[in-house]
Design a protein around this ligand. Structure first.
Ligand code: HEM
Length: 205
């Protein structure tokens, strides 16, 4: 939920990205049926948007604490056995040595290097350039369901509604709260249905 809220906020500040994501849904799914989980492999731009949002706006600043089981050396630093390790998600996701223009929302960076239509962007990041589900033995066991829930929520909201900011505003303040990394103020946006009325059975009077 947090990832989707930040993604739509970033998209409202970058209308060309919102348009590209909506166009992908119209091309892959069309407007006569709702997007389904089976469409997810084809929704590479939507997944790239979600990845980019996880990079910039992780839900927690740190991974749960881990302990070094043996002496090790990492990036030139000696880490003695028994050390408590707290991996900083914000620091990784916005590391200028890894990411070009680290503070800019650029989903295209997750498509670079992929050619043709046969590739599949995922929410996995085994190289730990940033963290979504983490990796290794204690990495998240819920990667599949986590991906399906996140991408379905985002794709349904984008496919089903045209999003605008209320009262003629043109920018959302992308500021995290003081006490956590959720948006300081919950996103307020206007949603206008963009598909045939028969597809909104739950909201028909
Ligand atoms: C988008 C959704 C989700 C994200 C981004 C996410 C991310 C994470 C992360 C970063 C960790 C810590 C890994 C580490 O310490 O290295 C974790 C652990 C864990 N996650 Fe998730 N998770 C998600 C959804 C889920 C779901 C749906 C389930 C269960 C159905 C789940 C179950 C767990 C469990 C049990 C652990 C602890 C694993 C362990 O310590 O061995 N997660 N998750």
């Amino acid at each position: 939920m947090n990832n989707v809220e930040w993604t739509i906020a970033e998209m409202l500040n970058n209308p060309e990205i919102l348009e590209k994501a909506t166009n992908e849904l119209d091309m892959v799914v069309g407007k006569d049926r709702l997007v389904q989980e089976s469409d997810i492999p084809q929704l590479n731009y939507i997944k790239a948007c979600s990845r980019e949002s996880f990079r910039l706006h992780p839900t927690n600043a740190f991974l749960p604490p881990h302990v070094a089981r043996k002496d090790t050396t990492l990036a030139g630093y000696f880490v003695p056995k028994g050390s408590q390790i707290l991996v900083g998600r914000l620091g990784l996701g916005r590391n200028p040595n890894i990411w070009d223009e680290p503070n800019v929302f650029k989903p295209e960076r997750h498509l670079a290097g992929h050619v043709g239509n046969s590739f599949d962007v995922t929410l996995m990041e085994p190289e730990m350039r940033f963290i979504i589900f983490s990796t290794g033995r204690r990495g998240c066991p819920g990667t599949k369901i986590g991906t399906s829930m996140t991408i379905m929520l985002l794709a349904r909201l984008l496919q089903g509604f045209e999003w605008t900011l209320p009262n003629g505003a043109s920018q959302v303040k992308l500021v995290p709260a003081d006490s956590n990394l959720f948006m300081a103020k919950p996103l307020l946006a206007c949603a206008k249905p963009r598909l045939a009325p028969t597809l909104y059975s739950k909201i028909q009077v």
